[in-house]
Design a protein around this ligand. Sequence first.
Ligand SMILES: [Fe+2]
Length: 283
Amino acid sequence: MPRPHVEFLHAQQLLWTAAAFAGAGWRGVEVKVLSRDPGDGACSVLLRLPAGFVRGPHALAAAQEWLLLDGAMQRGSLRYGLDDYAWLPAGQVTDGWSSERGAILLAFFDREPAWLEAGAAAAALPLPPPIERIATHDMPWTSHDIDPSVQFLRLTHKVLRHVPETGEKTLLLATGAQTHPRDWREAQLAHDCVEEMYLLGGDIIGERGTMYEGAYFWRPPGRWHGPFGSRRGSLSLIRFCEGRHHNVWSEDPRPFSLEPMHAPELPPEQRALAGAAWVPPRF
Ligand SMILES: [Fe+2]
């Protein structure tokens, strides 16, 4: 079952709730659910580990991918600080998780992440190689492989994960400040895959409104979007899922405005909480 179209909300509009995933290891962990597949429980969430969080060896039933947004944590012998990234296959046994002062992770699971104690984790087939930790600040920015047609946004990226066989890709993407389409008009874009984004900082202005730090969308394949621009520049985490990313352009240029109407597309359960425009306090 596909996930519903969520475009867009701000995480600040959602409430922290107790993680409702299977397994005692999740006790005490809180989540904000950004999007979820009701069929298999695949989800994108903010995870809040409480101060003093300690868990022993275990595995999750889902592949897990995360970026540490706040605090710090330890996984086995590895320490994760601000903006560190990891991807681990389903079933990989981890020597333990702990966080002395608490941590907030932006996390993606490809099915319900049931908590499995180490003895119960099936280690049947060879697992795909993990990405144990990337210190993303140490990676260089590049504009290699970025479509020149979107370079009015002055894009650079850091590719954190790319699976050539499936096209899955996760990257950090930065846009320049004061960027907009030439002549304030541009065609719209679509992709044959899901595009998912969490805005880590700055702003992105698009046809559905203005996104600030904490903005999130899950856009199913084939949806026209844009044109985009930014007042202050932006840094986002983008995932391309369920197919390969390439840009398909419409034949219908649309005007770009620095003050678009707020026009989100949200599933019914999110409309009441996140349907109104959200603006960070500025003055
Ligand atoms: Fe796109």
